[in-house]
Ligand binder design. Structure first.
Ligand code: GAL
Length: 366
């Protein structure tokens, strides 16, 4: 019988099988290490999110290229699929950037944090992302949307723009609406939308995004086909300076991992809880349990998504995986992924470093 250690050591190495190069199958997550796909090429899906559809997992993320320029979108959104969350098959570019310089998603734009959901009513895959127009830095702050009939795409770009122009958030106070606020400044043109995620709760999908110059998160409900906002939205954690939101629902409550605002540099993570998606959200502090360095940097990473494991893989308990990015802004393509189990310290979701772990490992999932 093959030594299990040999299997792990060989993980990620490319072997020749019947003349076809294939990557050895791997059993363990190895946070922060190079993570190869089925072709032995490093997975290129940064700021990503996962979708489970018809028994397969789909991982969508930013395809980065080498060097600093690789932080802009020169290729598009890359898709991978898997049945075990560890071994990923390259499914190609699901949403390519456009060669038309007049397209909002022209090559060289900034297209970040894509998230894909499947709408069962329309049988459509809907991708939302943060879009910055080419040559304008981070000024545009738009939400973009694209749709596809199949999970691997190709996704068709529909539109991008600011959120809910001419509509006040449902929970905005008179003070929030005062003319000197960012909220009021952007009322007519629509609210800014930078770091974002999409969270599906039953039949309803919500876009959660850093708005108001990144000071305040907004949580906006999507229309029934999930390709547009329906006009209902709230401000969350006003002036909290949160970004990189990643939501999940456990035991009837809503949790959100987020980060502070230090660009590509890591900072102490945060975790929040609420009884409703729309809040009010309450801080549970820093979810990281570990060294001072771990707590200060969230293991040198920034949240992007939380993966809910289906019950059959969770031994009856709801279990979740925290997904984060270890950015390498000087050589964007070398950014790494930090995936860790979500454990519980009483009512608080917590994260502990593991060099190597598998779904078969027991962890405190409550
Ligand atoms: C981070 C953000 C990333 C990217 C980066 C650019 O704060 O989370 O998605 O936008 O800033 O500096």
């Amino acid at each position: 019988m093959m030594d299990r250690r040999a299997l792990l050591i060989g993980a990620g190495a490319v072997t020749l099988l019947g003349g076809v190069a294939r990557a050895a199958r791997s059993a363990a997550f190895r946070p922060g290490e190079v993570w190869n796909d089925n072709n032995g090429v490093a997975i290129n899906a940064h700021g990503g999110g996962l979708l489970r559809h018809a028994g397969r997992w789909w991982w969508y993320g930013e395809h980065k290229t080498a060097g600093k320029a690789g932080n802009t979108a020169l290729v598009g959104v890359h898709a991978y699929s898997s049945t075990d969350l560890v071994n990923w098959r390259d499914e190609g570019i699901a949403l390519p950037v456009s060669d038309d310089p007049d397209s909002p998603i022209a090559r060289g734009c900034i297209l970040e944090r894509p998230k894909v959901v499947y709408n069962p009513r329309t049988r459509t895959f809907v991708m939302w992302f943060h879009l910055e127009l080419k040559g304008q830095g981070y000024a545009a702050a738009q939400a973009g949307v694209a749709i596809a009939r199949r999970p691997q795409g190709p996704f068709r770009f529909l539109r991008a723009g600011r959120v809910n122009p001419g509509i006040w958030p449902a929970n905005a106070t008179a003070e929030d609406k005062a003319p000197d606020t960012t909220l009021a400044r952007d009322f007519a043109g629509g609210q800014m939308a930078r770091d974002m995620t999409v969270f599906v709760d039953g039949d309803t999908a919500w876009q959660v995004y850093a708005s108001e110059e990144n000071a305040t998160l907004q949580i906006a409900r999507l229309a029934p086909d999930w390709t547009a906002h329906d006009g209902y939205y709230v401000r969350a954690l006003p002036d909290g300076g949160n970004e990189a939101p990643a939501l999940f629902k456990a035991k009837g409550r809503y949790y959100m991992f987020a980060s502070g605002l230090t660009g590509w540099r890591p900072n102490p993570g945060r975790v929040y809880v609420a009884d409703r998606v729309t809040g009010p959200w309450r801080s549970l502090g820093n979810p990281v349990r570990g060294s001072e360095e771990d707590r200060k940097t969230t293991f040198h990473s920034q949240s992007t998504f939380v993966v809910p494991l289906p019950p059959e893989r969770s031994g009856g308990e709801p279990r979740f995986i925290f997904m984060a990015d270890r950015w390498r802004p000087d050589n964007a393509i070398d950014g790494r992924y930090v995936w860790l189990p979500v454990e519980w310290d009483g009512e608080t979701p917590v994260l502990r470093w593991r060099d190597r772990w598998t779904l078969a490992d027991g962890w405190n999932a409550r």
